[in-house]
Design a binder for this molecule. Structure first.
Ligand code: AHR
Length: 502
């Protein structure tokens, strides 16, 4: 019996809703087909956004959406994506499949999508191949409400009021696809570009994000942060609100990614072990950030995370289309628990990506749409959005198939939700063993416990032929006495318990 201690009286930090953010890039069928089908499509849509996908995403209470990339961001020229669609420039999407990008989804369409989703906006600007002026004018176009050329242009394109840009990324992966820069060179460019990401309205402060490292590139973090905290001018203040971190879970490496559906137990445990590495990455990068922040904390923004396997056979390799199994569900559950536990530092995280790309929450084929196991995990975890992290500890044992890849059998996080209830999310990482658990809530009397669980065999996934093979079902604990909940968590599962206290 695993003892699980929860202290509802000890709050450890605020869980920013944006920890459950999403990312949509002009990549494969993410934007086009996945989200945007155009006003003339036979697929039911509102202003070009497909209704089924928007409805599904609204159910997740998506807090924030990052766009337009990714690698695409550093070759995107925003002015190509405004004005009458028939006049918009066509370009080659060189990073992703070499396909024609017709720019029919641009700034106005992104803002419309966020309006329909009711989410915050995270725009990623172009440092790699764009100019300071271009970035500056984009921000002016979107957010200025006075008299200016950019404001007039926006109005001429049909939008009277400025929009809100909540987050702005200055470049993406500038150590790689965003220009292959050295950290010092990028950091100096960041200092320059961010100067012109102006706050035009008193009530509108843009949260600026510097392009951070890939996985364990601590040298990048160190050099960028040290360059950003170096000042000559007495009136200058902290230059960035956040810095990003990208970490994808591959089976072996970025050149040997493994299969999304066809895997064995060894590969199951290896992927979960590699996912848990996120915890170490956050700790070590946070320690570096802490040494350089000055006026206020610099947030760690994990704006790309998720599984990255070989794409589905027969699909365009540049489109990164992959299936999504119970293994992905566990990867999502573990990562979201880790972000909760680091909510003091991680203020936003964005799964890659929203539709039809990498660890997608929805997959589409023509007019059909299916929800992936990862979708259901986000739905089970949405209770944590805006909640307070609670102190918790669970007894675990090491499991796995080879000594070097052992992982804990259970993985949890607990919060006090905005609804005043305790929310427990617990993952069983074992492929075959159920574990009895006794949860003890300190100094509490429990009134009621409700539960929902996602559980299936490890390869289980949804298809267009069988769209509901994996979906959550109700879960009832075996017993609730005083401040204790007794239950058995089945193998290979993601569980959410909602506890009402007296
Ligand atoms: O999400 C796919 C790609 O992964 C992004 O474009 C890039 O930022 C990262 O390398």
């Amino acid at each position: 019996m695993a003892k699980f201690y929860i202290n509802p009286g000890h709050k450890l930090g605020h869980i920013n809703p944006e920890i459950q953010g999403h990312f949509a890039e002009h990549l494969g069928r993410c934007i086009y087909e996945g989200v945007y089908v155009g006003e003339d499509s036979e697929i039911p849509n509102v202003n070009g956004m497909r209704c089924d996908v928007v409805e599904a995403l609204k159910e997740l209470q998506i807090p924030v959406l990052r766009w337009p990339g990714g690698c695409f961001a550093d070759e995107y020229h925003w002015m190509d994506g405004i004005g009458p669609k028939e006049k918009r420039k066509k370009m080659i999407n060189t990073h992703w499949g070499g396909v024609v990008e017709d720019n029919s989804f641009g700034t106005h369409e992104f803002m419309e999508l966020c309006r329909q989703l009711g989410c915050k906006t995270y725009i990623n600007g172009n440092v790699g191949s764009g100019t300071v002026q271009e970035m500056s004018q984009w921000v002016e176009y979107m957010t200025f409400d006075g008299v200016s050329e950019m404001t007039e242009l926006r109005k001429a394109n049909g939008r009277e009021e400025p929009w809100t840009v909540d987050y702005f990324g200055v470049g993406n992966e500038n150590w790689g696809c965003g220009g292959f820069m050295t950290p010092e060179f990028y950091a100096n460019l960041y200092r320059q570009y961010q100067t012109y990401v102006r706050n035009y309205r008193e009530d509108h402060k843009i949260f600026k994000i510097a392009s951070g490292p890939n996985r364990d590139d601590y040298d990048w973090m160190e050099k960028v942060m040290s360059t950003l905290s170096y000042f000559r001018h007495p009136r200058s203040n902290q230059l960035t609100d956040g810095i990003s971190l990208h970490y994808y879970t591959h089976l072996h490496s970025s050149s040997d990614k493994g299969e999304a559906v066809d895997f064995d137990e060894y590969q199951w445990y290896k992927v979960l072990k590699r996912t848990m590495y996120m915890d170490e990455l956050i700790k070590k990068h946070s320690a570096i950030i802490q040494r350089y922040e000055r006026d206020y904390p610099v947030a760690l923004i994990v704006d790309e995370w998720g599984t990255w396997f070989n794409c589905e056979p027969g699909t365009n390799p540049g489109f990164l289309y992959q299936q999504n199994t119970m293994r992905d569900a566990l990867v999502a559950g573990i990562n979201l628990n880790i972000f909760n536990k680091h909510c003091d530092r991680v203020k936003m995280a964005n799964i890659a990506q929203m539709a039809n790309v990498l660890q997608a929450v929805v997959l589409t084929e023509g007019e059909q749409m299916i929800l992936t196991p990862t979708y259901h995990v986000f739905n089970l975890y949405k209770c944590h959005q805006g909640a307070e992290l609670l102190e918790s500890y669970i007894e675990t044992e090491e499991i796995g198939v080879v000594p070097e890849l052992m992982i804990p059998n259970l993985h949890e996080s607990v919060s006090l939700g905005v609804d005043g209830k305790v929310h427990i999310t617990l993952n069983n990482l074992s492929t075959d063993t159920a574990y009895p658990v006794e949860a003890v809530l300190t100094d509490t009397e429990i009134a009621e416990v409700k539960g929902e669980i996602l559980t299936q065999e490890m390869h289980a996934h949804n298809t267009f032929e069988e769209p509901e093979k994996v979906k959550p079902v109700d879960f009832k604990p075996d017993n609730v006495i005083g401040n204790k909940i007794m239950f058995t968590i089945p193998a290979c599962s993601v569980l959410h318990l909602e506890v009402a206290m007296k």
